[in-house]
Every structure is written in C-alpha cells, then in structure tokens.
Design a protein around this ligand. Structure first.
Ligand code: TXA
Ligand code: MG
Length: 356
C-alpha cells in the first residue's frame, strides 16, 4: 500500500518553533503506530514505537528485512532503560556512564514489556541512547521507546543524507525528518552484555580501545573481520550481505604503491571489457588513479572522514551506474576496525592482499 510521505527539514543547531511542531507531529505519528525516519549521530533511523508489535512489523515490511533480525530500542534516559531490561549489570552502568548518550548499543536481557516482534524472537534487547538533539526530542515526543534500524532498504548502505532515505522509503512511511548530513556515518558499536565477557558484535565509532579503557578488557566477535569463519555472527543482522553497492566491489590491500598499481591495472582490464569502473582511494593516492569515477575518502590519517563518506560514495556509484568498484584497504586499528568491517561486508569479503 502506497503511503503519502511528508518530508520536513529540521535543523539540529536551530530548534525553532517550526522544528518543534514537526517533531510533535512525528511523535504523534509514532504513538499512532506509524513510521518516521529521523537523523541520529550515526546514520538515519527508521523509527516505530518499540513497545507496539504492529509498529515493528511495519518496520520489517518497509525495509524488506527478515523478521528474525532484531531492532535497536532508542531511549533518552536511564529510567527508561530500567523498564525494558531485566537487570543492568555493572559493566552496563560503566559503559552508560562513559558513552551515553552516544553511538553505543548494549544488549541486555529484556523485560516483559518489550514485544518479541521488536527483538526478532530473542529474549535479549539491544538498547541505545543517542546524542542527536532531533532524535532525542522525537523519542520523548513518541513516549520514550523508539525501535529504529537504519533507514535503508535491507542490504543497501545505511543512509547518511535524507535524500537517500527518500530514495528508499518514499511511499513506505509517514514522515521523514531531514536533519541534513550525518556526523559519524557508520552505525553504532554493539556490545553484548548477556553472555559472559562483554563482547563487541559490531565495531563502530566507540572503538575496542575505548571500551577496554573502561572495562579493563573486552572480547571481539571473531566474524567481524573474518569472512571464512564458520561460526555464525551473534548479531543476527551481521550474517547478511550488507551495505552493498550494485557494482561488484573488491578491496585491494597492501603497500600503497603496489595497491595503486594493481588497482589501475585491474581498472584498465575491466574498462577494456566494457565495464564502468569506480575507485575509492585515499587523498595520498588519488591523483594516480584512472577510472570512470574516482572518490577520495580523505586522508589515510583521518579515519573519521573515511567513515563519514564511505556509504555516500557507495550510493553515488549506484546513481552513476558503476559496475565494477575497487577500494583501497584501511588500517584496522581504532575506528578502522569498523570501516574495514563494513567495507568487507559490502564487498562480500572479496579482498586481494598484495605481499610487501
Ligand atoms: O547506529 C545505529 O545503531 C543505527 C541508528 C539508527 O541508531 N541503527 C542500526 O540498526 O544500525 P540496524 O537495525 O540497522 O542494526 C542493528 C543490529 C543488527 O545487526 C541486529 O542483528 C543487531 O543490531 N541486534 C539487535 N538486537 C540484537 C540482540 N538482541 N542481540 C544481538 N544482536 C542484536
Ligand atoms: Mg542496518
């Protein structure tokens, strides 16, 4: 069924009367069981009332997402957390103190008020307290609990601009709050607190190093960077091919000069076969490349700029109908762990390592 989608521009830095009115309207839509896409500090979310099983059902339908893939519940305060979880372990309190509000999601045992539709049938619930002002105002206006996956059609890169939300969600949801371009550009870090040692299920802006500083130690799900692992990832969503552009993406990793040469050689071969070739490279290398579409993700030293632009570039390649894509590989320290995790998934783990 086609729904009329209303788009309203709201500016986080200038929450005027018009913005307040739009957020009140969006909150009412959510309370009423409808869906609203909204900006967060990580990526755009597709929100529904987390305590309403029908709303969660609509989210799965709008995304075309398998319903065994659980949703993250977004809240704005610790009182709300107490209501939706069985208990808050000491580790959870420490992490909340250090990183909430912000781009961290924690998994807890769920309380009875959280419907199974929201948790994909699991007895656990993923919870995040975002810092984005518009997200926070919307959650409060909606009654305090907003289930929100990234606002993309299942399998595509998460939207970091409202125009990509509109591309995927027009006619499927009631409203889009357009808060402009997103700050971080990659989804939140997910840490599981329900199964022994706290474990990173999805890397993000809150890095392994930052978590270790607070907790002393943290485990990492082996499947994050290892495509050959036969173990199933613990976050159900991480098992799907994800963040994928339409073009066929391969990562080339190794010493910069060798990578440059190999990417240009492969690009030339593909061009001769009639393919339209795109390249993702760092500022240090970009002037050497030859291809139909070349995207500079910024400096190798500035991984935050790589995180911020990666999904946008994958979406632009789609718009340009690029059929073959090569990307440089990146360091896996710090936020690089999250960048390489997303890039590997987008590439279906196709990576060529060049020996030094
Ligand atoms: O930054 C973010 O986290 C964004 C914004 C909108 O907040 N949201 C987001 O949601 O990325 P989504 O649905 O695209 O990704 C949620 C991930 C999936 O991989 C899902 O399987 C996992 O979290 N997840 C959710 N609940 C879980 C649970 N109870 N146990 C294990 N994994 C869970
Ligand atoms: Mg997603």
């Amino acid at each position: 069924m086609e729904i009329k989608t209303k788009i309203v521009v709201v500016d986080e830095s200038e929450m005027d009367e018009a913005a307040e009115k739009a957020i009140a309207e969006a909150g009412a839509i959510l309370k009423d069981g409808g869906l609203v896409a909204f900006p967060t500090e990580t990526v755009y979310g597709l929100g529904g009332d987390a305590l309403n099983p029908q709303s969660s059902g609509k989210i799965y339908a709008a995304k075309g997402r398998p319903s065994d893939n659980p949703l993250i519940v977004h809240i704005t305060n610790m009182k709300a957390l107490e209501k939706i979880v069985k208990e808050i372990p000491e580790t959870g309190k420490k992490l909340a103190d250090a990183f909430w509000p912000g781009p961290l999601t924690m998994i807890f045992q769920k309380s009875d008020i959280v419907p199974e539709e929201t948790t994909g049938g699991l007895e656990t619930v993923a919870v995040r307290m975002p810092s984005h002002r518009i997200a926070r105002a919307l959650i409060d206006a909606a009654g305090g609990y907003v289930a929100a996956p990234s606002a993309n059609i299942s399998g595509k890169p998460s939207p970091t601009l409202a125009k990509y939300v509109a591309e995927d969600m027009m006619g499927r949801i009631e409203m889009i709050l357009d808060g402009g371009s997103i700050g971080i550009g990659l989804e939140s870090t997910i840490v599981d607190l329900t199964d022994g040692e706290p474990t990173i299920l999805r890397p993000g802006y809150i890095t392994e190093e930052m978590l270790t500083q607070v907790l002393g130690s943290v485990a990492v799900d082996r499947t994050i960077l290892d495509g050959n692992s036969r173990q199933a990832p613990k976050a159900p969503g991480m098992k799907y091919r994800h963040y994928a552009p339409k073009g066929d993406l391969t990562i080339i990793d190794g010493a910069p000069e060798a990578v440059r040469t190999q990417i240009n050689r492969l690009a030339q071969q593909q061009k001769e076969k009639g393919e339209k070739v795109g390249i993702i490279g760092t500022k240090e290398n970009i002037r050497y490349y030859k291809a139909d579409s070349i995207k500079s993700v910024g400096s190798r030293e500035d991984e935050e700029s790589i995180a911020k632009t990666l999904y946008q570039f994958l979406r632009e390649f789609d718009d340009e109908e690029v059929t073959v894509i090569y990307s440089e590989g990146f360091s896996t320290a710090g936020i690089g762990q999250a960048i390489m995790n997303r890039l590997l998934k987008a590439a279906g783990h196709k990576i060529i390592y060049l020996d030094e």
